[in-house]
Design a protein around this ligand. Structure first.
Ligand code: 5GP
Length: 117
């Protein structure tokens, strides 16, 4: 299956992105419309539309995504001040790009979250 989303195009270098990390399993790049001073997206190279579509065979990959985000945050100096990791799922979750991804937000105290007001 080919990932036809904008993130698939970034993975295939069809469109540019500010890539901060990549290995054979995943890619990480800065969000084009950051919601915090540091906003990096961690995207598996395996096409998975949503977290809801993930299953047991993706368990290791999901772990790699989380650990890649934590490693990046540690190297960037955000372990002690702290950071947030978010996965949006489907419409009410605010997902707009249907290739599973993890948001890393850091660089300032982050506000609460919940129902949009
Ligand atoms: P979602 O709303 O699906 O959880 O997150 C999608 C994220 O992708 C948004 O924060 C949005 O700003 C970001 N995004 C959308 N298109 C592009 C793009 O072409 N390049 C980059 N770097 N980020 C994008």
């Amino acid at each position: 299956m080919t990932d036809t989303t904008i993130f698939g195009k970034i993975i295939r270098r069809e469109i540019p992105a500010d890539i901060v990390f990549e290995d054979e399993h995943l890619i990480a790049f800065r969000d084009i419309a950051p919601s915090a001073p540091v906003h990096v997206l961690f995207v598996p190279k395996t096409p998975i539309a949503t977290l809801d579509a993930a299953c047991g065979e993706h368990a290791e990959l999901l772990g790699r995504l989380m650990l890649a985000a934590a490693d990046y945050a540690r190297r960037a100096g955000f372990s002690e001040p702290g950071y947030r990791v978010v996965v949006n799922c489907n419409g009410d979750g605010g997902q707009t790009v249907f290739q599973l991804h993890l948001h890393l937000l850091a660089g300032a105290p982050l506000g609460g979250f919940g129902v949009a007001r």
